[in-house]
Design a protein around this ligand. Sequence first.
Ligand SMILES: [Zn+2]
Length: 265
Amino acid sequence: MNWHYHRMTIAYTGALMLFSSNIGKKTVEPAYYIHPFPAHKTVAPFTIYLTFDDGPSAGSEIVNELVEKEALPVNVFLIGRNVCLTQRSRELFRKYRSNPLVEIGNHSFTHAERRYEKYYRRPLSVLADIDRSRDSLQLENGLVRLPGRNIFRVDSLSRDDHGNGSVAADTLAANGYQIFGWDLEWRCHPGKGIGLHTGEEMMELVNSLLSRKKTFHQGRLIILLHDKELLDENFRTELETFISLVKKSDNCRFGHLSDYIRDDQ
Ligand SMILES: [Zn+2]
């Protein structure tokens, strides 16, 4: 399994680093020695990624304000056509772009016209649609979220959902894109299997999933949100509660998806 291979690679690299770090030192600790306070423990062991889809939209201004107020790293997955649509959406895009805490990803140009089954039947058209958004927005990081599909293709890690997007995802991965799904969707209204949660309940859920290793990639948890739902004041308050709980926590921190693989555990 790819994941095991990845873990083995990390373990092996770690072992090499342990040996090489000892070279030339007077006291050489045996390889089995475990330091009681390893340096990397200063970093919280779990990373949470807040990802906002379908922008720019009416809620994007609030996302930007929240990010600045909380010094919060987030990822936004933008729809190319939405960016190009109006003067206002282009301005929102520029604000995202000038904010280093906001990492911009590609959510296609057309959002499949919301006809997903038909869209994913033509993988090369999907590639063209993603390329179009990349070129229109001049995106360089290769981060993609597929419209209507919770699929991962990140380095050697891969997961499909129950839809028909796997061939398109493979095509995108072969063309250098990294595709991110999500572990948990948080919406302001319940439905389609998504429950209504307060900020405190979300924190409990997040801790539970991470500690039981129920996320796609161990130690990391991706939350899917939508810009426009921040227009709901109650939802925004709950999100702010959640953010403050994460900040107070010793276990968790927020991160950018570009560090998803590199992030130390
Ligand atoms: Zn979407």
